[in-house]
Design a protein. Sequence first.
Length: 474
Amino acid sequence: MSHSDETILIIGAGLAGTTAAHQLARAGRKVIVVEREPEAGGLAKSLKHESEHGTFWYDIGPHRFHTTDERVNKETLAVLGDNKVERDRVSRIFLYNQFFDYPLQLGKALKQLPKTVMLRSIWDYGIQSIKNLFTKPKDRNFEEWVVRRFGRKLYEVFFGVYTEKTWGMPCTEISADWASQRISQASLLDTIMKSVFRPKGEVRSLISSFYYPEKGGIGQLAISYKNSAIGNGAEVHLNTTVDQILIEGGRATGVSVVDESGAKREIMADLILNTMPLTKLVELCGDSVPQDVTEHKNKLGHRSMVFVFMILDKPQFTHDHWIYIPEDTLTVHRLSEPKNFSDDCAPADKTLICAEITCDFGDEIWNKSDDELRAVAVKDLIKIGLIEDSDVLETFTHREFFAYPLYTLDYREHLDPVLGFIDSLAGLETTGRQGLFKYNNMDHSIAMGFTAADGLIGRDADHRKVATGDEYFG
């Protein structure tokens, strides 16, 4: 059988899955995509809410397309065609009853901090800098990574509380990988230098502009790639759930699926590229999974998320794309406003905001009713003076189980054996944010899809090298 006759099955139509399908179909390969949702997008999907107050488009949390990868940029802008706008990013932190620019503008931030906090921050950084001259300890966790670079007080003000609030665990139990990939500057000195002297190369944290679909929300990226794949001969089956990976003689030979009518069937394939959550993939491999791999898989957790959407009786909430809310006396941890990404996301005289609340599946927050979640979110925003109760015309909610992979201290010890098991099965590969248990950005997922497709085509490419190391993902 020639490579062109092989059937490549892609599980999941998120960004990694649709970009791989786009690339493979364009290369003349036979491609079948199965996706359990009614439309492509995964976590980068968009939904439409029809209301007596108008039509609103919203994403599952804020997303923006920006990249330093020329291939990803060129391909993505091409598939979007004319359906795009360019925006200058505006994001801030709400703290001490005022807004701080994010990324931090050091001089301005220090002036805004209460004087005692500012002086303590400078003192702590000085003491930590002296310690660093004599000791070079390994960063064992998130807290140590940040404190060693910024000092104790700045860690407490800008990093510690927000991170523990978001992840629901002490920062001493979070891997230092999280810090190295999500904090843009390597130290306070680095922050000062980058505030004063802009680096020659583009740093992700300093990219101030981004692209966004003019119509249809960020989900149009995956939909555009999906449509391109279909145009080049790919089959895409939506509302189709994989319920088993078929394995014979150490080789993945296909999948069992259930469509929206409840009908069950098998789809056979020569190669399978997975982008569903890695832990779910292992579960679907059934009796082929060794007991120790199952135990490792069970130690890989995910943080879940509840999104409370509020239609406000005003044309604009703020000019921000998103706002971080680190205070631990509040439940909401981030706000975003779709209309600031594209005017088409809301009527001219109304706006929609999204309040994010991280949680664990099945906990008190997850199990709250829509009315209870509305009360929590509205109360928080009233408390800090951002809205009045009369501003809120309507609310609705959305929940995501696999929101963030948990970077616990020992997550690598469990992740490697799980990936090793998948690698032991011929004909099966896994990629993407969910498929690799990696908290990366949209452009990384697109790059993973392209690179995984390159590898299947026979080019020298390794999709697992995308978004590795200590590069900043912000």
